[in-house]
Design a protein around this ligand. Structure first.
Ligand code: NIG
Ligand code: FE
Length: 410
């Protein structure tokens, strides 16, 4: 079994996150796990383990825990500038929606992002990506959405691709051109949607810049009918579909996304039972973003009980962005998912592993410790996986494995 392994961890507890293994976390205690290059090739209890002959690195994990690498399935980490001034305004009582209506909000980051060169965008975004990787993120989704014209949307996606090439992390890219109505199309948003569908999506596809398409379905952004046009164009080009849905009001965007078999719908504070039912039938993941809920000081909770009742897979992500979630920490998002949304530590870990993989359409290759899966793994100095959600800022990470490549945490 372990014959061709290049690295083997022994005396290790596995939080496999394999939902078919009974008990929380798909836990297997006192195991050996072997990888060959970038794949997991063998898992066996220690009592059955015989060290293979030949050249292999054996790491004694000393009864510590190994988890799948964390997957941050919703970020806007490529952008220029910051919005600390709006933070101050909001602390004085001005709302996120008011700021957006006055031409600030997303549009203020659009101005800064349009001004930045590709290189500047990469340089400014790198520290945010590094912060996520430092905490154990081995796969991250990055959205466009602060360009809002052909050149600058493509520039954002190219920046995400450069970050992918420059870092060990796996990056997936999402075109969020329908994020906000650009000032040039203020009086004719439908014409902007034409541009997105007829020009931007085909160009992004031609340059292999994009895996999925996202929309912001909201009063301050795009109507369900406009979002549907974007979904149709995405579907025509074979792109996966995602949506910022029911964040500030119930637009029934989740039901629309479910009709298009969206990979995920995200935010969901205003989601109702019909919406939960729809996404459950379409096997769409509900991605919760507690950091945005926290930072905007929202009070309406997403319908967690209904999501559980309808057995909707729940992902948890940072939503890292300059306006509603300037928090580059997946561990804080996990912690907040428990403290603010009352997810269990098991649900929160599933939210950044197996269910996050599903939200990106990658559940066949990442998100679980299973033979055949990619070797994206994290070794933790903890006694129970619940500690990963319970405590925060404790530096328990010992080793990160990106696609089979080990980096020890100093
Ligand atoms: O996911 N809701 C829309 N988009 C982002 C916020 C973007 C911004 O304010 O810059 C979000 O919360
Ligand atoms: Fe977002």
């Amino acid at each position: 079994m372990f014959k061709t392994a290049t690295v083997i961890w022994i005396n290790v507890n596995l939080a496999t996150m394999d939902q078919t293994i009974d008990g929380g976390y798909g836990a297997l205690r006192n195991q050996a796990i072997g990888i060959c290059d970038d794949r997991i090739i063998a898992i066996a209890p220690m009592q059955d383990f015989v060290a293979p002959l030949g050249e292999v690195t054996i790491i004694d994990a000393k009864d510590r825990w190994l988890t799948p690498g964390f997957i941050d399935a919703h970020t806007h980490l490529v952008y220029a500038g910051h919005r600390a001034d709006e933070f101050e305004q909001r602390l004085q009582g001005v709302s996120y929606t008011q700021i957006a209506k006055l031409g600030g909000g997303i549009l203020s980051t659009v101005k800064a992002t349009r001004r930045a060169t590709l290189e500047e965008l990469v340089t400014q975004s790198q520290p945010r990506l590094s912060a996520l990787m430092a905490e154990g993120v081995t796969c991250v989704e990055i959205k466009s959405g602060y360009g809002l014209n052909i050149d600058d949307e493509l520039k954002m996606l190219r920046a995400a691709k450069i970050l992918d090439a420059n870092n060990p992390v796996r990056v997936t890219t999402t075109l969020l051109a329908a994020h906000s109505v650009p000032p040039e199309y203020k009086n004719n948003p439908d014409q902007y949607i034409d541009l997105v569908c007829e020009q931007l999506i085909p160009l992004a596809v031609d340059e292999s810049l994009v895996d999925a398409v996202d929309v912001f379905c909201e009063q301050i952004a795009f109507s369900p009918a406009q979002c549907e046009r974007v979904f149709e164009a995405a579907q025509k080009h074979g792109l996966a579909i995602k949506g910022h849905m029911e964040q500030l009001s119930n637009q029934q965007g989740s039901q629309l996304a479910a009709r298009y078999h969206a990979l995920s719908v995200d935010h969901l504070e205003w989601l109702d039972e019909a919406g939960v039912q729809a996404i459950s039938s379409s096997n769409t993941v509900a991605t919760l973003l507690p950091s945005a809920f926290y930072f905007l000081r929202e009070t309406k909770l997403p319908p967690i009980e209904l999501l559980r009742r309808y057995q909707v897979p729940i992902a948890v992500a940072t939503d890292l962005n300059p306006g509603s979630a300037p928090l580059a920490s997946i561990r804080l998002a996990m912690h907040m998912a428990c403290t603010l949304f009352r997810l269990t530590p098991h649900e929160s870990l599933a939210g950044v592993t197996c269910h996050a993989a599903k939200a990106l359409g990658l559940s066949a290759s990442i998100g679980q410790l299973k033979v055949g899966m990619k070797a994206d793994m994290l070794l933790w100095n903890i006694e129970s996986p619940a500690q990963l959600s319970y405590q925060f800022g404790m530096h328990e990470l010992l080793q990160k494995v990106f696609d089979g490549r080990i980096s020890d945490v100093g």
